[in-house]
Design a protein around this ligand. Structure first.
Ligand code: FES
Length: 74
């Protein structure tokens, strides 16, 4: 979905920017040019960034514990 029509920036680009470390609208403005023309996309871009950062925070807390199989323990 296109979030910023003026700069043709999609939600997936914003999510990728979040993964790459963007933490504010200002970061998105510098990295992608979001909300640097008419500014109507600023709220939506901020929400997408916030959601992406929340999702990333949840993923960082998921820990996978693998038990060794019987064959590996023998
Ligand atoms: S829609 Fe993003 S600056 Fe206009």
């Amino acid at each position: 979905m296109i979030v910023c029509v003026c700069r043709r920036v999609s939600d997936s680009q914003i999510r990728q920017a979040a993964i790459d470390g963007a933490h504010s609208l200002e970061c998105l403005q510098i990295d992608l040019g979001v909300a640097t023309q008419c500014g109507r996309c600023a709220d939506c871009a901020s929400r997408v960034l916030c959601d992406a950062r929340d999702a990333g925070a949840h993923q960082r807390h998921i820990v996978t514990i693998a038990r060794p199989s019987q064959a590996q323990m023998a």
